[in-house]
Design a protein around this ligand. Structure first.
Ligand code: MN
Length: 136
């Protein structure tokens, strides 16, 4: 049956501080019902805030909506993200994403859990030195 979920039914949630360097807000877009494994969340990073390093079992797609962001895959340089950009992250790739220094950043994060229900695997924090390196 078709379902219409109204914005007013869902409050913005603050993301757990264990996986981010500061305040991050999450607005759930959809959590698919079986057999769907689709998950989409609008994520707003406050200035200077980024995720810790992490991996996704079946990858992740980010669609950049507002502000200026950064993305880095481990072993490569960071890249700047602008509204309208899409980042397709392969399964198991260690990476982080977040706001550029001094500005808000909002992206739509789309991912699926694995066959076995496995989700994001969180790793260590991104150092200030890594974060402050100018993107290529
Ligand atoms: Mn990610």
């Amino acid at each position: 049956m078709t379902k219409i979920i109204r914005a007013a039914q869902r409050a913005t949630k603050q993301q757990p501080p264990a996986s981010f360097t500061g305040t991050v807000y999450a607005d759930e877009v959809v959590v698919g019902e079986k057999p769907s494994r689709m998950r989409a969340t609008r994520v707003t990073f406050t200035p200077n805030v980024r995720t810790h390093w992490h991996t996704h079992p079946v990858g992740q797609t980010l669609y950049c909506m507002t502000g200026t962001g950064r993305y880095q895959e481990h072993g490569k340089g960071a890249v700047e993200l602008l509204p309208g950009d899409t980042v397709v992250i392969p399964p198991g790739a260690k990476h982080w994403h977040g706001a550029a220094p001094g500005v808000l950043f909002c992206h739509l994060a789309m991912s699926e859990v694995s066959d076995t229900g496995e989700g994001t695997k969180w790793l260590e924090a991104v150092s200030d030195a890594d974060y402050m390196k100018k993107p290529g």
